[in-house]
Write a new protein. Structure first.
Length: 325
């Protein structure tokens, strides 16, 4: 099998009894990664709740990694949120993410973790990057101001991985997923991303018999949506097939205008009223479609289409509502 520059055997399946620590295992991404690894036969997948180990605390993080001694770490721990939360709380989005990443990378190095995958976001790329966005457009232009604090923290995470590779020869990598959704998402209207927010808004309007639903912005920005179960499968594929300092994009290669997403959500939940646009709310970046040719060349592609993923996420939302009653 071909060896990477760090000596990693590309294409070798990870040992199914290797201990894998998924940081952020109770979140949207982390919980999907845990599910996927277990389904793929991994027998020693470890997660931790932030109440047990606060990854913003360097000592607590170092102690936990030293005791746990994983062979592999997936960093899905982050403070995340939609356009409103990012714009309102830049301090937390910057500092919590910087701390979590620095603490995890330092602790993983001290615990001699062989393989580590750090997850970032497509918002690291310049606001007006050429579309679809190639990985090499990183740091070629100014960021979108509604989430620049988060983006800078994630760019620092990429640099952390690259620095550990350069200075210590670590076979660590980073991947940049596009906008994600799926079971376990945050459905809070002020802090969530657009897709779960629209599920909640259209569902509530149908149940209450409201004639209209308000969608933020103009409806013209375009976004790409990846189901989190597809991301989880891409994470395992990358751990087994990718070892390079450059971050790698994870997406579906197609995007939709927010107005089309709103119509699709309306159909999915059975809302027949009118959609109105609140243009006092920001649009954010006009478009962020990822170029996924490098990932596809490694032999991975997504399997869950938007209509199907939306329908199953809506079913999950309904089950949660029923369970919380
Ligand atoms: P972004 O991809 O970082 O901009 O984050 P979001 O998922 O929060 O927003 C994506 C787009 O959807 C932006 O243009 C928002 O203005 C728009 N949008 C429309 N309605 C909503 C809503 O109810 N909630 C959120 N979060 N975004 C909305």
């Amino acid at each position: 099998m071909p060896l990477s520059a760090t000596g990693w055997e590309l294409g070798r399946p990870l040992t199914r009894d290797a201990r894998v620590f998924v940081a952020g295992s109770s979140g949207l991404v982390g919980s999907a990664v845990v599910r996927h690894l277990r389904a793929a036969g991994f027998t020693d997948v470890v997660g931790v709740r932030s109440a047990q180990v606060d990854l913003r605390d360097a000592d607590a993080t170092a102690r936990f990694l030293d005791e746990t001694r994983p062979a592999v770490v997936v960093d899905a721990a982050a403070r995340v949120g939609g356009i409103a939360a990012n714009a309102a709380r830049p301090v937390e989005f910057l500092h919590d993410n910087l701390r979590i990443q620095a603490n995890l990378l330092d602790a993983a190095h001290a615990a001699d973790v062989e393989r580590l995958l750090l997850l970032g976001s497509s918002c690291i790329y310049p606001k007006y990057a050429e579309q679809p966005i190639r990985e090499d457009s990183l740091l070629t232009g100014a960021l979108e101001p509604t989430n620049d604090a988060y983006a800078i923290a994630k760019i620092a995470g990429i640099m952390g991985v690259q620095s550990y590779r350069r200075e210590y020869g670590r076979a660590w990598i980073s991947a940049m997923p596009t906008n994600l959704y799926g079971p376990g998402d945050n459905f809070d209207l002020e802090t969530s991303h657009v897709l779960p927010a629209l599920i909640r808004k259209f569902h509530s309007a149908r149940v209450a018999g409201d004639p209209t639903v308000t969608v933020w912005g103009t409806g013209t920005p375009r976004r790409e949506f990846l189901h989190v179960d597809d991301l989880a499968s891409a994470c395992l594929h990358l751990l087994e097939h990718y070892d390079d300092p450059a971050p790698i994009n994870v997406g579906v290669g197609e995007d939709v205008p927010i107005a089309d997403l709103a119509s699709l959500v309306a159909r999915t939940v059975g809302f027949e009223g009118e959609i109105v646009y609140d243009t006092s709310r920001p649009d954010g970046t006009p478009r962020k479609l990822l170029d996924v040719s490098r990932l596809q060349a490694l032999g991975w592609k997504p399997t869950i289409g938007l209509a199907e993923g939306l329908a199953s996420t809506y079913r999950w939302f309904l089950e949660q509502q029923a369970a919380s009653r």
